[in-house]
Structure formats: structure tokens, C-alpha cells
Design a protein around this ligand. Structure first.
Ligand code: COA
Length: 339
């Protein structure tokens, strides 16, 4: 049996209305617009409204992706949400999104690979669709990072933003030239303490297993992003450099064949390092970090959406997606744009 091809046929993105500028952050923590701009490239980020949940961001992005694909929710046969900030511990945010979109019956589940969620999700969906499991899949990266950031920690709170990006994937006739080409994924859990958010209802260290866990409501909402920024930075540049080389070697393409790079948007300096490694000019790199900050697993589909909307994507272009995340978990996807 020859394997189906897999194509992106719809793209959508949604950012909550409220914009938080660096000037506002200057009022909150000991920082400056100049420091944030020079060290990260971030100027502003969007922040979820008090009455919105991650699923609401996902729904808005999904509606746009479905409309772009010219189909409705009833045409979808599986829904995956990648998120670090689920509405609930359970059920999966994907089931909430399914209900809010009026979908029925088809499977809906979340995956968690932090900022690499979308890259991981795309690889997983591609495999399932190639094998013939589903014809049309809705894949959404949706995050409300502002809800788990420590707003008194200048080392992390300046970095993150909220939003959602979605794609509709469709299986087609076997075609090795067009659509998704393949992916490379990695993880190394020995780095997990460098970038993490502890669980509000789990003991944070083995010693705590002997203590009474506080399940009161007061104990909730204390989980916050903790990061050793400069160590993460160093490993991120290194691993991203090797994963982009690896995916090109695996699928036998040269760096000069890549038309567009769609990187995870954590820090402009990390993105520049990867572009340099690929000998790519920055005008062939999708850039949203200045306006969105780091939206975790929403960042890659939001950057793809931004690129798509700008009219710079053309049929036949070779596109490289990449991301690096807590865990650490990192990866890259290669695709030939076929829309
Ligand atoms: N404003 C002003 N000063 C700040 C600051 C802020 N918002 N945040 C940190 N600083 C200070 C530090 O306290 C430190 O001061 P010191 O030298 O007096 O101790 C100094 O700036 C340098 O800190 P350092 O962490 O070494 O800076 P950096 O150049 O590594 O930049 C990050 C910090 C967070 C921007 C950078 O490390 C980074 O982007 N890391 C990777 C983040 C990432 O990608 N995370 C997600 C992966 S998915």
C-alpha cells in the first residue's frame, strides 16, 4: 500500500485583543524597553482577557482555519490541541474545543511538548494520516502563557504572550513531491529543571511525598514558569542548529533549497543563529516575536499564519518549521507548500 500525502489546506490565527507593551512592563518589574528589545527582539505581546480560556483562543483560530479550507467542523475526523496551559487538568482542551465548535464523535485529544507542541503534533498527525487513519485533521496550538507566568520575575515575564494558531490537514493521493515531507523529533529529559512550571497539586520534590498535599483552592494558581535563561539559550542554539541540519540530511535537501523558515518565536537572537546556520537571509524567515513574544506551541502556527496572510507563501515553496522547548524537547518539520 502506498502512503497518502498530507497537505495543509487551511490556516488560521487568533490573538487576544489586549496588547501589553514593554513600556507597561517597565512599570511592573525592574526592566527597560531597551533591555527587552536588545536581548529578545520583543516589543509587545497579547494577553488573554479575564473571561477567556485557552479553548476560546483555539476556537477562534480553528474557525478561521476551517473557513480558509472551505469546510465545516462536520468535515473533520480528528482534532488535536497542543497546549501547555489547558483549560482544565482534564478533560483535554481538545474536547472543550470540539464542543464549542459543535463537533461530534470524532476523536479529540491534547499533546504536551511545551513550545515544541505544534512541531510534535504535526509529526504525529502526519504519521496517522499517511497510514490512512484520518482524512481531515484540525491541529491547533493554543496557549495562555500569561496565566502561568510569575509577573514579579523580570527574567521570564517579559518573554511570553498568548494566542492560538490552527491548520487543517487533508490527506491526498500518494505524492512524494508535495505536502508534508517529514519530521525529526528529539527530547532530553535530563535538562528538565532548566525550564519548568511545577504542578499546583503535586508535591514538587520527592521529600514532599511525605507531607500532606494542600488541595485547597488557595494552593491553586501558584505554578509559575521557572527558567535558567542563559543556559536554555545556549542549548537551544546548539540543538536547533543540529536539528535543522539533521532534517535536511534525512530528506536529502540542501540549505539553499529552503524558501522559508518558520521558527518558534522565543528570542530573535536564537532565530538569527538558526538562520545563519542555514545561510538564510532574515527576509526569508517568518518573524512575529516582536509583536507576539513567545506564545509557546501557538508560536509556529501563528508565524505560519502571519506569513500566509502576508502573501509571501507560494505553491511549491519548501518550508522548514522548527522549535525548541522545555524538557528539553525539540524538532523540525519539512514541507512543500501545496495550497
Ligand atoms: N530586564 C533587565 N535586566 C534583566 C532582565 C530584564 N527583564 N532579565 C534579566 N536581567 C538581567 C539579569 O538579572 C542579569 O543581571 P546580572 O548580570 O546583574 O546578574 C543580566 O540581565 C543578564 O542575564 P542573562 O539571563 O544572562 O541574560 P541573557 O542575555 O541570557 O538574556 C534571556 C536573558 C531570558 C532573554 C535569554 O537568556 C533567553 O532568551 N533565553 C532563552 C529563553 C527561551 O528561549 N526560553 C523558552 C524556550 S522555549
Amino acid at each position: 500500500m502506498s502512503m497518502a500525502s498530507v497537505h495543509i489546506v487551511g490556516v488560521g490565527g487568533y490573538l487576544p485583543e489586549r496588547v501589553m507593551t514593554n513600556a507597561e512592563l517597565e512599570q511592573m518589574v525592574d526592566t527597560t524597553d531597551q533591555w527587552i528589545t536588545e536581548r529578545t527582539g520583543i516589543k509587545e505581546r497579547h494577553i488573554i482577557a479575564e473571561d477567556q480560556m485557552t479553548s476560546d483562543l483555539a476556537v477562534e483560530a480553528a474557525k478561521l482555519a476551517l473557513a480558509d479550507a472551505g469546510i465545516g467542523i462536520d468535515d473533520i475526523d480528528a482534532l488535536m490541541v497542543t497546549t501547555t496551559t489547558p483549560d482544565l487538568i482534564f478533560p483535554a482542551t481538545a474536547t472543550v474545543v470540539q464542543a464549542k465548535l459543535g463537533g461530534k464523535d470524532f476523536p479529540a485529544w491534547d499533546i504536551q511538548a511545551v513550545c515544541s507542541g505544534f512541531v510534535y503534533g504535526l509529526a504525529q498527525v502526519e504519521g496517522m494520516m499517511r497510514a490512512g487513519m484520518y482524512k481531515r485533521v484540525l491541529l491547533i496550538g493554543a496557549e495562555a502563557m500569561s496565566r502561568i507566568v510569575d509577573w514579579t520575575d523580570r527574567g521570564t515575564c517579559i518573554l511570553f504572550g498568548d494566542g492560538a494558531g490552527a491548520v487543517v490537514l487533508e490527506a491526498g493521493e500518494p505524492d512524494v513531491e508535495n505536502g508534508l515531507i517529514g519530521s525529526v523529533l528529539h527530547a532530553d529529559g535530563s535538562y528538565r529543571d532548566l525550564l519548568k512550571a511545577e504542578h499546583p497539586h503535586q508535591p514538587s520534590s520527592p521529600e514532599m511525598h511525605h507531607q500532606t498535599v494542600d488541595f485547597s483552592l488557595d494552593s491553586a494558581g501558584t505554578a509559575a514558569v521557572e527558567m535558567k535563561g542563559n543556559e536554555v539559550f545556549r542549548v537551544a542554539v546548539n540543538k536547533l542548529g543540529s536539528v535543522v541540519t539533521e532534517v535536511l540530511d534525512k530528506y536529502e535537501v540542501n540549505d539553499s533549497d529552503i524558501d522559508m523558515l518558520v521558527p518558534h518565536q522565543a528570542n530573535i537572537r536564537i532565530i538569527q543563529a538558526t538562520a545563519r546556520k542555514l545561510k538564510m537571509d532574515m527576509d526569508r524567515v517568518a518573524l512575529t516575536v516582536e509583536k507576539h513574544g513567545n506564545t509557546s506551541s501557538a508560536s509556529v502556527p501563528l508565524a505560519l499564519h502571519d506569513l500566509y496572510q502576508s502573501g509571501r507563501l507560494e505553491k511549491g515553496q519548501l518550508i522548514l518549521l522548527e522549535a525548541f522547548a522545555g524538557g528539553f524537547a525539540w524538532g523540525a518539520n519539512l514541507l512543500r507548500w501545496s495550497k
